[in-house]
Ligand binder design. Structure first.
Ligand code: UDX
Ligand code: UDX
Length: 446
């Protein structure tokens, strides 16, 4: 099919690139000139394992094109995927201004088309961005108010985990397609056929249900994380060991063991905003969402709980302490720092007058753009340790998993580790002479 992707962020870029690599003709549109220039040169503006190669491959095959031209971008498109950002606004609602801006561009493009030939299927406007239930109806109404040309609406939410987005695109657990017209469902089902050859399902349903599936899925995953963090805090207070509790609990087949890892809580551009969007949908519809409000509150509080561990250990005296920070991205295998717990931790340390030296394998520049140069950044994780009174771990990058504790001890001034992602076994750390704070486990002292 000939496709236009609007928005080349983490979702749009992966979507367009993967569709192009299975033979579709794809035009990716973004308003960010620099981003498009880089993409035309085969350089991905985001870190996503394997994406660079797929972009270059599709460019060589001339099946992937990048443009900022909001008129020609839609020429000949049989399906237009809207993948622009839907960030939270000040009240926690999904800000839809980019969605409606894209919808107006689509309407103008459709209006420039000649009337369809007899039997020609109308172009499909597909909302892939996460949008509150009912948004597709508003997009349809807006486009209809601007053009008489025929088109069809569809909702096709994404379930891509950053750092594993290409795998998740090509091997989805399920594909969700919301339509008003069964023929449109058939067309989109064919588009996704190459990715469901192992029998993973494509569910075609009504549009509001498709919009809701996305929120329900992310809210469920976020709930699991806040749940395990609350149990971790309770375990720690009562002298239980959360990793043992986890093992015992997760062996129940009804519970499972995914998304039940305690830590600093969830970040990223999805869970925080999607949980808040659910709460807002509840408010706007007069439907109580007490559980999801609590999921959000528990998640935000988890960062403060961790910060208090640092504060209490140093008895509030952080001024002039040198603190090494390992991990800045919101999770491993991404350079995305949106809602990253490291932002809260680092900002607090700086406010206390600490001298912060940070390392992240790929997110230094995105973190610097957010937090600036009030801290120093190093090229290696061990360089960040020189003279440090303590090490704080905010992201569980695999390169942190088995450090040379002896070398750490020689480079650091203090022997304290605050581990926000339970990277280590407490007894191993204590054997190397460190005091070790983590999540859901009592501190161990050297
Ligand atoms: C976004 C939403 O945040 C997410 O909820 C949705 O599921 C998919 O789209 P993401 O790809 O991470 O996820 O967004 P972001 O990284 O912010 O990329 C959005 C892109 O759209 C940016 O490149 C931005 O330049 C572009 N954009 C934004 C447009 O091209 N036109 C606009 O009007 C607005
Ligand atoms: C998520 C959803 O997984 C994906 O389906 C959706 O399309 C977009 O949002 P993403 O935000 O990229 O993907 O990352 P994910 O791997 O889901 O992790 C989200 C956050 O939860 C991260 O901050 C991670 O550190 C945290 N997390 C995850 C935990 O704290 N504990 C866990 O057990 C799992």
């Amino acid at each position: 099919m000939r496709l236009t992707i609007v928005g080349t962020g983490y979702v749009g870029l992966v979507t367009g690139t993967c569709f192009a690599n299975t033979g579709n003709e794809v035009v990716c549109l973004d308003l960010d000139e620099a981003k498009i220039e880089a993409l035309r040169a085969g350089i991905s503006p985001i870190y996503e394992p394997g994406l660079d190669d797929l972009i270059k491959k599709a460019l060589r095959a001339r099946r992937l094109h990048f443009t900022t031209d909001r008129t020609t971008a839609y020429d000949g498109a049989e399906a237009i995927f809207i993948c622009v950002g839907t960030p939270s606004d000040a009240e926690g609602r999904a800000d839809l201004k980019y969605i409606f801006s894209a919808a107006r561009d689509v309407a103008a493009a459709l209006d420039r088309r000649p009337p369809p030939a007899p039997g020609e299927l109308p172009p499909i406007v597909v909302t892939k961005s996460t949008v509150p239930v009912g948004t597709n109806a508003k997009v349809k109404e807006l486009i209809r108010s601007l053009t008489d040309r025929p088109f069809a609406m569809a909702s096709n939410p994404e379930f891509l985990k950053e750092g594993a987005a290409i795998h998740d695109f090509y091997k989805p657990d399920r594909v969700i397609i919301g339509v008003e017209d069964k023929a449109v469902g058939t067309e989109l089902r064919e588009l996704y056929e190459p990715y469901v050859r192992q029998g993973n399902p494509i569910f075609v349903m009504d549009i509001p249900s498709a919009e809701m599936v996305k929120y329900a899925s992310n809210a469920m995953l976020a709930t699991k994380i806040s749940f395990i963090n609350e149990i971790a805090n309770l375990s720690e207070a009562l002298g239980a060991e959360i990793e043992e509790v986890r093992r015992g609990m997760c062996s129940d087949s009804r519970i499972g063991n995914q998304f039940l890892y305690p830590g600093l809580g969830y970040g990223g551009s999805c869970f925080p905003k999607d949980v808040l969007a659910c709460v807002s949908m509840g408010t706007d519809s007069g439907t109580p969402t007490a559980l999801l409000k609590a999921v959000h509150d528990v998640n935000q509080a988890q960062r403060q709980t961790f910060i208090q561990k640092i504060n209490q250990h140093f008895a509030g005296e952080l001024a002039d302490k040198r603190i090494a920070v390992w991990g800045l991205s919101f999770k491993p295998r991404t350079d995305d720092v949106r809602e990253a717990p490291a932002i809260n931790v680092v900002r607090w340390l700086v406010a206390q007058g600490a001298d912060v030296v940070a390392y992240d394998p790929v997110a230094t520049e995105t973190f610097r753009a957010e937090v600036g140069d009030t801290i120093r950044y190093t090229e290696t994780n061990f360089d960040a340790l020189d003279g440090a009174d303590a090490l704080v771990i905010c992201t569980e990058w695999s390169e942190f998993r088995q450090p040379q504790f002896d070398e750490m001890a020689t480079r650091m001034r203090g022997r304290v580790i605050f581990d926000g992602r339970n990277c280590y076994r407490p007894e191993v750390v204590a054997e190397h002479g460190f005091t070790y704070y983590s999540i859901g486990r009592r501190p161990v002292h050297a």
